[in-house]
Design a protein around this ligand. Structure first.
Ligand code: HEM
Length: 497
């Protein structure tokens, strides 16, 4: 070890020990912390977590209970694993902050992004604009034609795979479709093509950026390392965010030019048009340079979660052919075999909705939600949640709890036909989109896109696993990330019906 590395390591260990001792003495004064496993000096509970922390934490909760205290590096962490305490946490004003990952602290993203802002004025304005201008029913109705076209492309692609005797990489097809659904809805543009190796800048950069943001970064658990950025995560993130912002800036400028050039300009039905209108009439509340930040939030928030959800639903259906045919029969009964499924049909498809809910229970796309942060010392269920703790609400553990669900390890959509439960954040047994003020703002769009993508994939196609595998052999192991991914991507054989 050379001289400089020695001093960096010495400084790191010294500062971490100092922080460790200081926070321990502060906690002793505060009161009773929730129970939790033994915490090692400096590294805390990191050795007790696997690559799938939601699963390790669910196991630990069986021993230590529905509210636990852990230390991840130098970060106080509270883990909640029951619907009752999840409700208390998600409705507590002081626990709705965010701990910002270092990878998001680039290009002023953290100070402009709805996902990372604290619940102050700027965040409130963004939520209001999203609710009233972007995800309002009239706006969603007006933009549905844009989405219908993209679903036709998905249908044509699957058809082409059949003609060419090709497997479908279901995750990739879902990602391209989600990306195009989002880019059509946001700015009337197609960002990605099926079966194309040509440069698809936005798609590739989005992939790279999500990978960087999802990667394990030492700085997030030892903030003293931020200035060194030992894994170069912030460096890479800075590049990808910069590239995406410049693509978005170009799109915004092009649209502004189009609007300025012709007096006969026909307004488009997309979200960009709504945001430009709002910004022009409320420049002080929502200046032009904030549009790109909101577009990025919606684009990133919408694409990965939607694509991962669809890949999981298709995995669960391919593993259970009788459930897939039941969902298809419902589509044929309600919509017909040859009519395209429309957004207005979704409410008449209770079985398909049960399938989607069951996948949300079984493989929730955000197993720990997006971690919340305690803004002040707060008491929950008789325990202290120290200021600045990060809070994980483990909805994966709630979804697999046998006290709440019978046979939680089996995929059984029928349970939702017997039990009325919605996913709008009111019933804390199932909150795939979170609940309360910080709940996913994209819920109204996601609940249109996901059923239509699945319907497009199963209405006229049956599916077989690749390589002569039996349905029940299709892999369901998970890979933790920005959205919960499949560890082994789903590749399957489509069959025309
Ligand atoms: C199946 C699809 C989706 C799932 C499962 C999902 C799930 C979630 C979850 C669990 C949260 C965190 C809630 C919390 O921290 O309490 C969240 C937040 C968020 N989602 Fe979604 N989401 C989906 C689709 C979308 C779409 C389509 C958009 C936008 C077009 C979107 C944009 C966002 C944003 C911006 C946030 C941060 C909100 C804030 O912090 O105030 N999501 N989502």
């Amino acid at each position: 070890m050379d001289f400089i590395n020695f001093w960096i390591a010495f400084l790191f260990v010294g500062l971490t020990c100092f922080q460790f001792l200081r926070s321990n003495s502060r906690h002793r004064k505060l009161g009773k912390l929730p129970p939790g496993p033994y915490c090692f000096p400096i590294i805390g509970n990191i050795p007790q977590l696997s690559r799938n922390p939601h699963q390790s934490l669910a196991k630990l909760a069986k021993t230590y209970g529905p509210i636990m205290y852990l230390k991840l590096g130098s970060v106080d962490t509270i883990v909640v694993s029951s619907p009752e305490i999840a409700k208390e946490v998600l409705q507590h004003q002081a626990l709705l902050g965010r701990r910002i990952p270092a990878a998001a602290e680039v290009h002023e993203h953290n100070t402009n992004s709805m996902a990372w802002l604290p619940m102050a004025n700027h965040w409130r304005i963004l939520r209001k604009i999203s609710k009233e201008q972007v995800f309002s029913v009239p706006r969603l109705e007006a933009s549905q034609g844009l989405r219908q076209e993209k679903l036709q492309k998905l249908f044509d692609y699957i058809h082409e795979c059949i003609v060419n005797h090709q497997l479908v990489d279901v995750g990739e097809a879902a990602f391209i479709t989600a990306l195009n659904l989002m880019s059509a809805t946001l700015f009337s543009v197609d960002c990605a093509q099926f079966n194309s190796d040509s440069t698809q800048e936005l798609k590739e950069t989005m992939r790279a950026m999500t990978k960087v943001v999802a990667s394990f970064n030492l700085v997030d658990i030892f903030p003293v390392l931020k200035a060194i950025d030992p894994q170069r995560v912030m460096h890479k993130s800075n590049i990808y965010f910069g590239q995406i912002y410049s693509i978005l800036d170009n799109m915004i400028n092009q649209r502004l030019n189009l609007r300025a050039e012709s007096s006969e300009y026909m307004e488009k039905n997309d979200f960009l048009e709504a945001l430009l209108d709002y910004s022009q009439s409320n420049p002080s509340e929502f200046p032009r340079d904030r549009i790109k930040h909101l577009l990025l939030d919606l684009f990133v928030g919408g694409t990965d979660a939607t694509a991962a959800t669809v890949e999981w639903i298709m995995t669960d259906l391919i593993r259970s052919p009788e459930i897939m045919s039941k969902a298809r029969n419902e589509l044929w009964d309600v919509v017909g075999q040859n009519n395209k499924v429309k957004e207005s049909d979704i409410s008449r498809l209770p079985y398909l909705q049960s399938v989607i809910k069951e996948t949300f229970r079984y493989h929730p796309t955000g197993p720990l939600l997006i971690p919340h942060k305690a803004e002040v010392d707060t008491e929950i269920n008789g325990y202290i949640v120290p200021k600045n703790s990060q809070i994980f609400v483990n909805i994966w553990a709630i979804g697999r709890d046998s006290k709440i669900w019978s046979n939680p390890e089996s995929f059984d959509p029928e349970r939702f036909l017997k039990r009325e439960i919605d996913i709008k954040g009111q019933d804390f047994d199932l909150i795939p989109f979170g609940s309360g003020k910080r709940m996913c703002p994209g819920f109204p769009l996601a609940t249109r896109m996901v059923p239509l993508m699945v319907a497009t994939m199963i209405q006229n196609f049956d599916w077989k696993p690749e390589n002569g595998m039996k349905p029940e052999e299709v892999d369901i192991s998970e890979k933790f990330g920005v959205a919960l991914q499949k560890a082994v991507p789903l590749k399957a054989i489509p069959i025309k019906l």
